[in-house]
Design a protein. Structure first.
Length: 293
């Protein structure tokens, strides 16, 4: 349980030091265009400089990799996703060398059968997309997915509990999943940042860190709003250099992905992964390209 004074100190040191600066320095950078989000180019240089100079990320983060593929979770989470689309997703992951495929748990066993002899991991979601399942259900869902071959679990924290200051419940919810899967299984905690205040984002990151999660992640892609460099910067500042930060939601081209990495992201969740790595404006997103993911 985090003491109130501890939270106030975090809010004072981090929110005042990072978020206020970001808010004063740039305006909202996303505009709607046919359901897609695009970064305004005039803010790119400022954000790259801000992210590189202020965020204590892992070694090498300031030197943008030429190939972003190893940082990307190639994602297909549409409710009407078909087996042949999952197969296509896996083939693209193998072709381009993505970190993982991120799919709904009903397809984990099938994806694992296609990827088990490769370095591409199978990632799935738990308590998705609302985070409102009871803790025991999340634990069981994670264990079943792991048994089917999942090596990474993206779980949604209980958003309502967080917003109502049920911090002990939130921490236990996350810790229960972490403790009941293999130590080798990576657990990422989805905050759904678009629904949170800056103070709530800070608290969510602290709780995830204390619960033993390996990553914090911005979004499910199922509510309006997605990853922003400001949120990634804040999350990185809170969790420090040794915990993963995953940006997801609205990342549709290389420039947007690079902004997230420069701000502190160590993983990118995207359905437009092929376009990101090929820089081909005409490249089609996968059949799972949905909403703002």
């Amino acid at each position: 349980m985090i003491a109130t004074l501890e939270l106030e100190k975090l809010v004072r040191q981090i929110t005042d030091d990072v978020v206020a600066i970001l808010e004063k320095t740039y305006h909202p950078m996303y505009s709607s265009d046919g359901g897609n989000e695009h970064l305004h180019s005039e803010h790119a240089d400022m954000l790259l400089q801000l992210g590189a100079s202020r965020i204590g990320a892992r070694p090498g983060i300031k030197n943008m990799p030429g190939n972003l593929a190893p940082l990307i979770d190639h994602t297909l989470l549409k409710p009407d996703a078909l087996p042949d689309q999952v197969e296509a997703l896996c083939k693209e992951a193998l072709q381009y060398g993505f970190a993982s495929v991120c799919i709904n748990s009903c397809y984990v066993k099938y994806a694992y059968s296609l990827l088990k002899s490769s370095r591409v991991k199978v990632c799935t979601v738990v308590g998705f997309p609302l985070g409102a399942s009871i803790t025991g259900a999340k634990v069981y869902e994670a264990q079943l997915a792991e048994a089917d071959g999942a090596e990474e679990i993206d779980m949604v924290l209980p958003i309502g509990a967080l917003k109502s200051k049920g911090y002990e419940y939130v921490q236990n919810d996350i810790a229960s999943v972490v403790k009941n899967v293999s130590p080798r299984t990576i657990v990422k905690v989805i905050l759904e940042t678009a629904l949170l205040t800056d103070e709530e984002k800070i608290m969510a990151c602290e709780l995830a860190k204390k619960a033993g999660a390996h990553f914090v992640k911005t979004s499910t892609g199922f509510v309006p709003g997605g990853a922003t460099p400001g949120d990634i910067a804040l999350m990185r500042q809170v969790v420090g250099p040794n915990m993963g930060v995953k940006a997801s939601g609205g990342i549709r081209d290389r420039k947007a992905a690079e902004l997230m990495v420069k701000a502190g992201a160590t993983r990118i969740g995207a359905s437009a992964s092929v376009k990101i790595v090929t820089e081909d404006e005409n490249a089609k997103s996968t059949p799972g390209d949905a909403g703002k993911y």
